[in-house]
Write a protein that binds this ligand. Structure first.
Ligand code: FAD
Length: 392
């Protein structure tokens, strides 16, 4: 193998290239990214970078940048599988004999009309800078979407005393954690002064040049000087949509070795995928699952780097420990950690709780079987669950 091409300059692409070099691969590696920056870490965007407690430079990913050819500010437009080339937006063709698909996701935009300014999403450095620049002392911020990013941004802004209202369609915030944990999380936020409008949708935005409010579907009008739309993400899969790969909800499906599968479910030699753009067969999922967590991107990239250098039949599967998804989130002085595939749970039980600290430990089960655990300020407890939840 002489020419490895990576499409996507995020965590997965960066780690993969580091892994190839660590494994002794000395052929060409080209990373194509439509961002102008070298890869950086996204978790601080809604936390430290937004708070101003770290700089853009301090969002660098761990470890030295790998020795590769960087093609920055260029988008992959098309994959020609027959000729083994990636076609870029300026018509350049980049030939590969090994390819990593690591193009991740983008913020899901609001589908209806929005005022010309004041309505933001958050996925990259520029998004955080633009949103931050509009938050003055009298800002009234409405966050549309009560998932992790929405709640993290609410926490970051409330620590500065900014007026924040969070709107969400589910009856509790961060719905993947279940109603019991969600209700506790909501109380923590409310104690810090966040207002919630839950179980409600957004009908539209008020204002033409600049946003002035958010109209809810029950008619209530929330005054807003700045809005963050945090309603999930969309996969960046358009560039390989015609390549004949197996796809699920817009992401490419791999086997447990991170090798991409074709439409017949057969591994495609030389083509692997990692991170937020890839689904793989987790034992608690129904079919392949896409896990949009930092640690999943890292683990898949590490494995893909080892496997690309091996023939398809000799590739290692996701190691048992790496197959347990883990997630963290920082909100106020609460460190949220999870283990397992939380979406699989049909019931959640709080097994330990200290409201004053606050801390809690919750177990998620499906049909009685443990599938996930969540801890607030109980980091050590989650390690035990990581061990329990490894693939059989
Ligand atoms: C605000 C925020 C906070 C987060 N906080 C946490 C957290 O606390 N804990 C946690 O576990 N996870 C968190 N995450 C999720 C985590 O950051 C992602 O799981 C991780 O970034 C996925 O990495 P990736 O490399 O797969 O994709 P991405 O980071 O999306 O990188 C993909 C890269 O490919 C580029 N690209 C896309 N299409 C093309 C194309 N056609 N051609 C060229 N380049 C292309 C993109 O611009 C991007 O640079 C957070 C995410 C965000 C946005």
């Amino acid at each position: 193998m002489e020419d490895v091409v990576v499409v996507g300059g995020g965590l997965a692409g960066f780690r993969f290239a580091q892994g190839l070099r660590e494994a002794g691969y000395d052929g060409r590696v080209t990373i194509v990214s439509d961002e102008r920056h070298l890869p950086y870490d996204r978790p601080p965007l809604s936390k430290q970078l937004l708070a101003g407690t770290c700089t853009e430079e301090q969002c660098a990913l761990p470890g030295d940048a790998p020795d590769v050819s960087w093609v920055l500010g260029r988008r992959a437009e098309r994959l020609d599988r027959g000729r083994q080339v990636v076609v870029l937006d300026d018509g350049t063709e980049v030939a590969y004999d090994g390819l990593l698909i690591a193009s991740g996701r983008r913020a899901r935009p609001w589908e209806g009309p929005v005022p010309a300014s004041g309505v933001h999403t958050m996925r990259d450095l520029a998004d955080t800078a633009a949103f931050r620049s509009e938050i003055g002392p009298d800002a009234k911020v409405v966050i549309v979407g009560a998932g992790f990013i929405g709640c993290e941004v609410a926490a970051t802004l409330r620590k500065e005393g900014v007026d924040v209202t969070v709107v969400g369609v589910a009856p509790h915030p961060m719905p993947v954690m279940g109603p019991e944990v969600g209700a506790r999380a909501m109380r923590i936020h409310e104690a810090q002064g966040v207002r919630f409008r839950l179980g409600r949708g957004v009908a539209g935005f008020e204002g033409e040049e600049r946003v002035t409010g958010v109209r809810l579907d029950d008619g209530e009008l929330l005054e807003a000087t700045v809005v963050l739309v945090a309603i999930g993400s969309l996969p960046n899969s358009e560039w390989f949509a015609d390549a004949g790969f197996s796809m699920d909800q817009g992401v490419v499906v791999c086997d447990a070795t991170c090798t991409v599968l074709d439409g017949d479910g057969q591994p495609v030699a030389g083509v692997l995928a990692a991170g937020d753009i890839a689904a793989w067969p987790h034992h608690h999922g129904e079919g392949a699952v896409c896990i949009e967590h930092w640690s999943n991107a890292r683990d898949m990239a590490d494995l893909a780097a080892r496997n690309l250098l091996l023939p398809v039949g000799e590739r290692a599967a996701m190691a048992a420990t790496a197959s347990v998804p883990t997630f963290w989130s920082d909100q106020y002085d609460v460190k949220i950690k999870s283990a397992g595939f939380l979406r699989a749970a049909d019931t959640w039980t709080i097994v330990e709780e200290d409201v004053e600290k606050p801390s809690l430990l919750a177990e998620g089960r499906r049909g009685g079987e443990l599938v996930g655990a969540i801890a607030f300020n109980m980091n050590r407890s989650i390690i035990g669950y990581q061990r329990q939840l490894v693939a059989p």
